[in-house]
Design a protein around this ligand. Structure first.
Ligand code: GTR
Length: 410
């Protein structure tokens, strides 16, 4: 082949092209490593202690009132409003499986009637893994069936640790669609609320709590497993992690809240965007109907947001929050999750519950693994069951150079 009159062999062309390619990949690699701990800081985190009228929280009672304002803000802007409990829930065990060693799996249906005159119930399925013994059992509620997608099957491990494990089928409450706005059974039954998919799924977790705690509106002819109500944990992965955090933030019956790899709209930050992390524009272009209508307008305009996810995290205080993250789960914004964790610290300090604000990073990417569950169980054993356990519950792997411009009120 001739280039500018010179004979160049194919071999040389291939070698030169490969050199250019590897130089390109190599320099991108260097840039990638350089950018990894350099997030974009859109603006400083809002002070959670400032009331809407500009005054500052001074007392614990003030915080309760501020908490109510934060709840309203997040529901009205981000997730949509949701109803209280249904008028009546009937629980029916439809199948019991012997798992050996005294463990059993009950498949249970919750049949819910929204109000006294409802004729069409909303039904959804629970898979209740009950360990050997009489209880009361510390209990984990998980959004979605055990061991699907990038979530490892955990029932054996959890039972072995002496916990009850209750997984629920969230997509029976609202289908998991890509931005097709299908009104699921809950939205049809309660048309006057602005809730979208994440809020519907979170409401489902609260109904699981109704059942497990045998609330007065629950009718359970087959009985209810014996739950230790001071150890009721809500968890979930990814979109179900966002759901778990929302449910735990709104419902104080959950004594520990564990979003895993929840990222954008979960325990990640909108204002501290790690390299390659998902933004509001990204998520709402694919999954607009997870969020309240209009939330997509904050895409690219994060500076106008009146909150970041530290507000949601702060709603859990003083109860335990632990978010579990993968160090290279870039899309889920691990660095932004650390920023949110740090930004919530002053609220936990104010409520004298510093140790209840926890975060753990494992190596690897997007998934819900036994390492994540081990940390969850260890922290629960330690803080809720008083066992002498040590672990890395307060990890800050990133050196992030941003300022939290507020502190715990005196
Ligand atoms: C992604 C979405 C993430 C995360 C994930 C999942 O496509 O962008 O926010 O929720 O799905 O749930 O697996």
């Amino acid at each position: 082949m001739k280039i500018r009159g010179q004979d160049i062999s194919w071999k040389r062309i291939v070698i030169i092209s490969m050199l250019i390619f590897f130089l390109g990949v190599g320099s991108y690699g260097v840039y990638f490593l350089y950018r990894l701990d350099k997030p974009i800081f859109i603006k400083s985190f809002q002070d959670p202690f400032i009331f809407n009228n500009g005054t500052t929280v001074q007392t614990k009672e003030d915080w309760e009132n501020r908490r109510a304002q934060i709840k309203d803000l997040l529901l009205s802007e981000e997730y949509g409003t949701m109803p209280g409990h249904p008028h009546n829930i009937t629980a029916k065990v439809i199948e019991t499986e012997d798992l050996g060693n005294g463990n059993i799996l009950n498949t249970t249906k919750l049949i819910m009637y929204p109000n006294a005159s409802s004729t069409t119930p909303i039904n959804f399925t629970l898979w209740v893994y009950i360990p050997d013994g009489t209880g009361p059992f510390p209990t984990i509620v998980k959004v979605s069936e055990d061991g699907t997608g990038s979530q490892e099957k955990m029932s054996d491990y959890i039972l072995q640790r002496g916990y009850m494990y209750v997984c629920y089928n969230h997509i029976e409450l609202d289908p998991d669609t890509k931005s097709e706005d299908i009104a699921g059974p809950c939205q049809k039954a309660y048309p006057s609320y602005s809730w979208e998919t994440l809020a519907v799924w979170a409401w489902g977790a609260m109904r699981v709590a109704d059942y497990l705690l045998n609330e007065s509106w629950v009718n359970a002819p087959d009985g209810i497993p014996n739950v230790n109500s001071s150890v009721l944990i809500i968890t979930g992965h990814s979109r179900r992690g966002k759901t778990a955090l929302l449910a735990g933030a709104m419902d104080e019956r959950f004594t520990m809240v564990v979003p895993n790899g929840s990222g954008c709209g979960g325990a990640g930050s909108f204002l501290v965007q790690g390299y390659l992390s998902e933004t509001i524009a990204d998520i709402t272009s694919k999954f607009k109907t997870w969020f309240k209508e209009g939330f997509e307008n904050y895409g690219g305009k994060e500076a106008t947001l009146p909150f970041d996810q530290h507000f949601l995290r702060a709603l859990v205080a003083p109860r335990i929050i632990l978010n579990t993250e993968g160090l290279i789960d870039f899309w889920a914004n691990p660095i932004g999750a650390q920023a949110v964790y740090e930004a919530t610290g002053p609220v936990y300090d104010f409520l004298n519950a510093t140790n209840n604000n926890a975060i753990h990073y494992r190596s690897g990417g997007h998934g819900f693994t036994q390492v994540d569950f081990k940390i969850l169980l260890d922290l629960s054993d330690k803080l809720l069951l008083g066992k002498p356990i040590t672990g890395n519950f307060y990890m800050k792997p990133f050196n992030i150079d941003f300022l939290i411009e507020y502190s715990t009120p005196n």
